[in-house]
Design a protein around this ligand. Structure first.
Ligand SMILES: *Cc1c(COP(=O)(O)O)cnc(C)c1O
Length: 360
């Protein structure tokens, strides 16, 4: 397809012919998408010995700080077109932040149902400041999703979780952008898996671009769940999922089948990474590449590191490209950064003390 010329107008205008919108759809956009695809030479050397070319799709640079905006622009535009007055979602945080912002822009009421005490501070702040009606529940994400499905069953409220097909459609545009930037699809695509909507969306995007003749191949899809929340890897629902990566703390993914299809049709893998592996990757990204993502996002890089250690890329084609999606921005969850690295104690406001503290 190739990127359109002129100023960026958001993912709907960029890929209109491949999205479920018509000329009558009122486009609600915050100019999401067009995010950087960054080379990661230091990580490529450190994690794969330079065996593959590692790139980072930095989705934290979307308007509300996560990839959710790509799907939300389509879901909210369609909700407005349908004439509803309110939208609702269950969320581990980023869907709530995105729904709240796009609903505010569209003039729609937004309701978000959240697992109490499990939402990163920045995401809660976003939902509140955009004027969403925030309902914390004494239960986890899976319970929240069950509840909102019941709420919308017989009420004129649009559900904007990724079970809304418009969300998946919008999110596939990230795959289009990657192919446009590289001139072809990458050989491998690594991605964190929570509710599994995004891996489903990328796979659909890659297949669509291939069918349109824009690429010569599709990547192997590599999905990574947190070890304490790995239902697809374990093959059963996890009733009490636990992980530092709150965005993927999900025990019963809505798009389970989509993730399995992406893995099997692409010849890829879905594996689990421990919280320790996630936090190592989280710090490496920040310290070695200057990229601050949230913990869940680092699962993609942790997974690539794990596969590289196991020799998975030994059979990769020469100059193979591996794209890791970094799903959300690190500023969403500053508490995890501070907890990972004890901020230093204050010293007296005197030159000697400061020089000692610096280590000069
Ligand atoms: C939503 C989210 C995920 C998980 O995406 P799914 O589509 O639910 O698999 C991962 N990371 C971040 C930062 C998210 O906001």
């Amino acid at each position: 397809m190739g990127m359109p010329c002129g100023p960026w107008r958001g993912v709907i205008e960029a890929y209109r012919s491949l999205l479920p919108v018509t000329n009558r759809t009122p486009v609600v956009t915050l100019l999401e998408g067009n995010t950087p695809l960054l080379e990661a030479p230091a990580l490529s050397r450190t994690l794969t010995g330079g065996r593959v070319r590692l790139l980072l799709k930095h989705e934290g640079l979307n308007p509300t700080g996560s990839f959710k905006d790509r799907g939300m622009t389509v879901a909210i535009s369609r909700a407005l077109e349908a004439g509803v007055r309110a939208v609702i979602c269950a969320s581990t945080g980023n869907t709530a932040a995105s729904a709240a912002a796009y609903a505010a822009r569209a003039g729609l009421l937004c309701v978000v149902v959240l697992p109490h005490g499990m939402i990163a501070l920045g995401k809660l702040g976003q939902a509140l400041i955009h004027g969403a009606r925030v309902v914390p529940i004494q239960g986890n994400f899976d319970a929240a999703l069950r509840l909102v499905r019941e709420v919308v069953a017989d009420r004129p409220v649009a559900l904007v979780n990724s079970i809304n097909p418009a969300r998946i459609e919008g999110q596939k545009t990230a795959a289009f952008e990657i192919c446009d930037a590289l001139g072809d699809a990458p050989h491998y695509h690594a991605i964190p898996v929570g509710n599994a909507g995004n891996i489903t969306a990328y796979w659909r995007g890659y297949r669509t671009y291939h069918a349109e003749g824009c690429t010569t191949r599709c990547p192997r899809m590599l999905g990574f769940q947190a070890a304490g929340a790995a239902p697809i890897v374990e093959g059963h629902v996890v009733p009490a999922p636990e992980t530092v990566a709150t965005a993927i703390r999900i025990g019963n993914p809505a798009s389970w089948q989509g993730a399995v299809a992406a893995r099997d049709e692409s010849g890829g893998r879905i594996e689990k990474v421990t919280d320790e592996e996630i936090l190592v990757a989280y710090r490496l990204l920040a310290e070695r590449e200057g990229v601050f993502c949230e913990p869940a996002s680092a699962a993609s890089v942790a997974g690539v590191a794990q596969l590289a250690r196991a020799g998975y890329f030994d059979t990769a084609p020469p100059e193979a490209t591996v794209v890791c999606t970094l799903t959300g921005h690190g500023l969403k969850d500053p508490q995890t950064a501070v907890a990972a690295l004890e901020p230093p104690a204050p010293v007296p406001a005197e030159l000697d003390a400061v020089l000692v503290a610096i280590g000069f």
